[in-house]
Design a protein around this ligand. Structure first.
Ligand SMILES: Cc1cc2nc3c(=O)[nH]c(=O)nc-3n(C[C@H](O)[C@H](O)[C@H](O)COP(=O)(O)O)c2cc1C
Ligand SMILES: [Fe+2]
Ligand SMILES: [Fe+2]
Length: 414
């Protein structure tokens, strides 16, 4: 990987990772970039880290070489966020360069000890504190707790007005060293990263949408010219574009999101499946786009993204041992844990003798305080009859109209 210059005295070091599940869980078919930044005044600071996921930091050291920064030139390591995708290289770094001071938040300090046994030369900082690197370059720190761990902070270079927000304003997607900046990318490539951002947000950040909104307010109060996140591209031409993207995504969790419907369905013997196409067609005939996923075939990562973006949800699930089809129960449970609230939802599904799927859905909705509003479900014994299909289509149209009205009403308020 090549080191690139972000602006005078600020350099980007980065590694792309492909062949892993992010957080051991989320597929990244287009990879992900792990970014780190070196800021030079009289003294040198490195912000965030690049690890090869397995914690091997050679990639980082090779990139320092390229910008003729020797390890001994680095006096300060700024740890914005302790998650090992950013801090995993620290231990190896310390064996090569023992004399440096870590700047981190108060809440990061015990994590530094717990993860890497680092207790010496740790300077804790809070919002408003600064680090003077000399030559007129001063780093200012801003706590942004819970974006994404409780200890997270952002760093702001007051000279170049560059914000280093770590996970915030990040995205999935490997980044080319030849064009890591919005001003060096074609519009279609920027849009690619904005799409990758939606699944990244849905998988990694959405449970923390309230703290993310607070973080964005803090960022709004700064004069930010460049946003240099820990994942994804650097925004130099239009940092406000990614701020707007994150404002929109952080509002989706509480709803309404877009006037769209996520249709999630599962079926053992094809009975519930017979209702999927008519329901999808009825929704789309109302001019409302759908995102259709069969579970468990479609992974949770992609289902979460679709539900986050959509104001309406259809759950097609049969009854299984007096409850929902298990992969559907797992999806709904995760939606609740990710705090995707206030959706308008229609459920339909087949049962054999007792039913019970809806009871479990109501239970999860209440327990996880999802506050979803349910249109009356369409349940049928065995195979759906023509009258069942007609009823489901009617309720699907009702759902589509309710979604449109809700989004419209909210857009009038704002
Ligand atoms: C493993 C299994 C468990 C089931 N448990 C229930 C149940 O508890 N109550 C019920 O009414 N039907 C139950 N059924 C019947 C299904 O709900 C019924 O066959 C339905 O038509 C399946 O729809 P599908 O083909 O869309 O999966 C069960 C079926 C299977 C295979
Ligand atoms: Fe993180
Ligand atoms: Fe991260």
């Amino acid at each position: 990987m090549k080191t690139t210059q972000v602006t005078d005295g600020v350099y980007r070091l980065s590694a792309n990772v492909h062949d892993i599940l992010f957080e051991g869980f989320w597929p990244i078919p287009n990879g992900v970039a792990l970014n780190s930044y070196v800021v030079k005044g009289e003294k040198c600071a490195i912000i965030d880290g690049v690890c090869n996921w397995d914690g091997v930091p050679e990639t980082l050291f090779a990139q320092l070489d390229q910008m003729q920064v020797r390890l001994e030139d680095i006096d300060y390591v700024v740890i914005n966020h302790m998650e090992p995708d950013h801090s995993g290289w620290l231990e190896a770094f310390r064996t090569l360069r023992p004399q440096f001071t870590v700047y981190c938040s108060e809440r990061a300090k015990p994590l530094l000890e717990a993860f890497y046994g680092i207790v010496d030369n740790v300077q804790t900082v809070k919002s408003g504190d600064t680090l003077d690197l000399g030559n007129g370059r001063v780093l200012a720190f801003e706590d942004i707790p819970n974006v994404h761990w409780p200890e997270t902070m952002a760093t702001y270079d007051t000279k170049s007005k560059t914000l280093f927000p770590c996970d915030a304003f990040g995205s999935f997607g490997a980044v080319s060293d030849d064009a890591p900046y919005d001003d060096t990318l074609q519009e279609e490539h920027i849009e690619f990263f904005e799409r990758e951002m939606e699944r990244y947000y849905a998988n990694i950040v959405t449970a923390y949408s309230a703290p993310t909104k607070k973080a964005i307010e803090k960022v709004d109060a700064l004069d930010v010219r460049i946003i240099a996140p820990g994942h994804g591209i650097v925004w130099r031409r239009d940092p406000h574009r990614v701020i707007r993207d994150y404002k929109r995504l952080s509002s989706y969790a509480e709803g309404p999101a877009r006037p769209e419907v996520a249709v999630i369905w599962g079926s053992m013997y094809g009975m519930t499946e017979q209702m999927v196409r008519p329901v999808v067609d009825a929704i789309e005939a109302e001019g409302v786009p759908t995102h259709v996923h069969r579970v468990p075939e479609s992974g949770l990562s992609f289902v979460l993204e679709s539900v986050l973006k959509s104001s309406g949800v259809v759950l097609g699930t049969p009854t299984y041992e007096y409850k929902m089809f298990p992969p559907m129960a797992a999806v709904v449970d995760e939606l609740g844990k990710k705090r995707i609230q206030n959706r308008i939802c229609l459920r339909f599904g087949s049962y054999g003798w007792s039913g019970g799927a809806q009871r479990e859905l109501d239970e999860i909705n209440g327990r996880l305080k999802m506050n979803w509003r349910f249109i009356e479900p369409v349940e049928f014994k065995g195979r759906p009859r023509e009258t069942d299909i007609e009823l489901a289509k009617e309720r699907a149209r009702e759902l589509a109209r309710a979604v449109k009205q809700w989004v419209l009403a909210e857009s009038r308020v704002h």
